[in-house]
Structures are given as structure tokens and as C-alpha cells.
Unconditional design. Sequence first.
Length: 229
Amino acid sequence: MQTLSGRRSNGLSPHSRRIATFAILLFALSGLISGFAVGAFVHPKSGGTPNNNGTGITPVMQQTKTATASPTPVPVAFNFPGVSVDQGVQKADGTTTYTLHAYLTGVVDKNGQPIHASGLTCKLWLVQRLNGKLNISSDILKNINDIQNPIPGTIKNQSAPVQEIQGLTFDAATQQVQACTTYDQVSWQYTISTSVEPGPYDLVVLFDWQGKHYNWSWENIDIKKANSN
């Protein structure tokens, strides 16, 4: 029988086989380490909320901006109201309609900028012709509810009070007491009752800003009998 010696079936010596085996192990180990590194890099954080748009991209939440309300203007002092009537001579016939307009000018803040405020209360009423400056108690003007009632006044050196005359009938759209503003005119439409005696009168207009600031002025009119020309 022939004895085989000096060669192995794969043609590699034991030393070469050890080197090849070691190289294969190193290659496999490097691949395994690379796989772990890539997996750690792309793996999502645990406990996160999955997105539901199917793109793999978490949608960005949109923030809704809330509109900031403009602050309400603080009441400030203002000048005498301007007053204009459509006719200086009016009839106490209960049917003829007359119109009066009133407005404020120069209502500004400390920087001289116009103030646009709508929280004012205005009233129109009739009195006998004034022979001096009309004064109204601040106790009445500070309480907006009191303005609804007849407003008495005084004149310096005159003992008799100035009383409101119940002789005006107001149109439904322009009530005697109504809301008004610092920037637009307020109007009244009215008729004069036949109970009002002919003579010289004044129409008084009051602007009151929340009972904190107020001012008033008046306009002369002459009232005639219903059947006069």
C-alpha cells in the first residue's frame, strides 16, 4: 500500500490555514460591528409617538397666533361739545321734526394722537333760555344711571334752579339718552309739544365718559306757537 505524505487535500499548510481562519473571523466580526453601528444610528427612539402620515417624517405642529385685543381707551378730559341745529326758530306743533347734531373735537392722548372711544353717553334736553353759565352737580354726572332722569342745574347768583322742560318727543331711532363716541357726531330728531309756551329756550347737550369725564354746551332756539308763520 502506498503511503501518502507531505501534502494535504486542500494544499494548505497548518500555518496558512490558521492565518486564513483568523482573517475570516476578523472579516465577520467587522461586519457584525458595522451592522450594530448602523442599526443604532437609524433606530427610532424608544417610547416616541409614531407618525401616521406614512412618510416616516414626523409632521411639525403648526402654532396658531391669537389676535391681541386692542386696549379700551382710558377716559380723558375733553372740550365743550359742538352743537348745531337745523333751524333756530322752531314750532311747538307736535308734528314738525327738527334735528340737532353734536360732536367732540380734539380728544387726544398725551402724545397728541386722536382717541377713538365708543363708551360715552349723551343726552339732549330743553331748558328756559340761560342767562349765565350752566352748572351741573358732579354727583349726577358720576352716576350714568342718574343721567336717565331729569337733570337740574344752577347758575351763579341765580337762586332758582334750572329745570329740564318735558317738551321734546324723540324719534325712536334717536332716543333722548343714547350711546355716542369721541370721533363721530351724535344726532337727535324730535318734535316740540304743543304744551311748550312760546319764547326763548336752550337745547342742552351732555357728553359723559363713564362718569369720569364730562362736558356740556347749549344752543339757543326760539319756540313759536303751532299756528304762527
